[in-house]
Design a protein around this ligand. Sequence first.
Ligand code: PAF
Length: 279
Amino acid sequence: MQRQALAWRRAGVRIAFVPTMGYLHSGHASLMQRARRIVGPAGKLVVSIYVNPAQFGPQEDLSRYPRDLPGDKALCSRMGVDCVFVPGTDEMYPPDKIGNHSTYVLETRVSSSMEGSSRPTHFRGVATIVAKLFNLVLPEVAVFGAKDFQQAAAIRKMTADLNFPVRIVVAPTIREPDGLALSSRNNYLSVEERSQAVVLSQALWLVARRVSRCKSGVPASRLKAGVSRMVAARPLASMDYIEFFDPATLEPVQRVIRGTQMALAVFVGKTRLIDNALL
Ligand code: PAF
């Protein structure tokens, strides 16, 4: 991959990159479209498919994470992707003479709250694999989804802090008609769970409406209590976290106004779903 990327770069070809864990859906397709628009028809669009073990906790869904390489390749081909990079774990984390992989990238400011506190080793795994992929794919621009708001913020910070010459673009969340954000993990939901999963986007809309009506803002504690009641009313759903914060710094706010970012994580059955919005 790196040899190919170097050859393209030497020839002056622009490279756009969409890193994924596969099981691709229209959310990923929209990232590919955005990436293609940036580098144009003469540029190269690279999509990586790699379920990165380092970003899963020991009790998480690594072994059952959905996979469909033929379907993914077909979607990439329809989207005009030039290169699908599908490394194995033996290639991404190969042991060498000294031992197993022992270098990690740790972003310590925007990664610590929310996903970072619920999934303590998650962002270390994400930052490490994204840094490695940047060094292999050598993109000028990389496109990430806004559904993983905190991930995008952590990657932006890592890219700036470590001087990667890569532009980070964040593309909007794509939703089902009822509001559920597209995610490969939606595949885990039973029919009943799927109907209750809409509570995440309903909570975002409800809070956005409430905040838009109140110029002086609403206490975060009151909104958190309201959303927690909403989630508790769905028998299959349980709240993991809900947070209100400044979208630039990810610092929590006490009073929620227009322009505050809201994020939440909810278990629906055993499946943990996340969503967020700029209110
Ligand atoms: O968002 C994802 O699919 C993954 O976290 C990423 C960025 C591909 C890193 O494994």
